[in-house]
Design a binder for this molecule. Sequence first.
Ligand SMILES: [Zn+2]
Length: 396
Amino acid sequence: MFTRRQFLATTAATAATFGHAPRAFAAQRPKYDLIIRGGRVIDPSVRLDAIRDVAISGGRIAAVEANIAGDAAETIEARGKLVVPGLLDVHTHVARSADGPGLVLQDGVTGWIDAGSQGADHIADAIAIARSSPQQGRVLLNIGRAGVLTDGDTMDLARADVNAARDAIAKNRDFIVGVKARLSRGVASDDYEVLRRAQEAASAFGLPVMIHMGQTSSPLPRLVDLLKRGDVVTHLFAPPPNSIVDDDGHILPAVLAARRRGVWFDIGNGQTGHMRWDTIAAIMKTGFWPDTFSTDWNTTSRTTGVIDLPNCMSKLLGYGMTLSEAIACATVNASRIFPVFNDRGTLNVGAPADVALLELREGNFEFLDNYNNKITGRQRLFPSGTVLAGKRIPRA
Ligand SMILES: [Zn+2]
């Protein structure tokens, strides 16, 4: 942990050096703005897992090497920590509340997607939060024009209004990066038609559609067949009925075909109906692993099984996923889905300096699925610090 005392000591030392130096010397700026020293750097984008220093200048990664020489305006001591690219969470509801972006930034999340909190009627509210977010935040437009409704976004099919959706996208091309369709029974009255309309709205702009699967009325293959390259299936671990795995433990052929044509499969941890350990075990056994982790975060997540993205990332370590694979799911893999993240998810030299510091603790940790079933894991990741655009974010 980089304590407040260490921070003060570092800045005091820097001040002392410059405070008493002659003018000519004082004019020399340190070589780097920030060096993160001695952490275990795991960057799956370049297959790196080694003890390294990370130097940052001008908001970009300047060097990733062992024992970087040269001074820095600020130093973070990261020995014993993991140093990974800033985390990207592709399914959240951060844009539901003004304090959302700041809260997930504390978790190491330096880029987020709000997955359909709002539809055409109130999309301005979500965009206002994305616009003022310190980290990159973008939104998926709910095809239901009133957004997420407790009595079902598109139970009234008229709410799946293609023209209203297209208007909203046309006016907000910089912040709307896709369309969301929630397809569960009780959310969509006619899931197939709702998805067809979502595609109609999105395809006019070449945008992806994210579907929320699980507990659908239509058989999953019928819905998955409507998905194109670049679309996203969230809640891939949803238990039967209409899981991606059949009773014999085989992934449905339509789901395999979807992955082959470039459809992404995302976790979307959430709270209700999206993941159950026995289904997770059956799916992980087939080798059909998620492309991305996401939280389905909202402001109550601290007190649900979600907690934070690092906690969600820890859940599959007990199912055979390596640490590096888990980090890839929350960094480089996520960066490929949405163009806004294309230069993120990496610590490559020249990339924007978004960095997450994590602690990997060993012990007995309880993890919850969405059915109040508990498993015990031996490792858990904890957020421990965030650097955004080269600036250290103070711990709350
Ligand atoms: Zn969601």
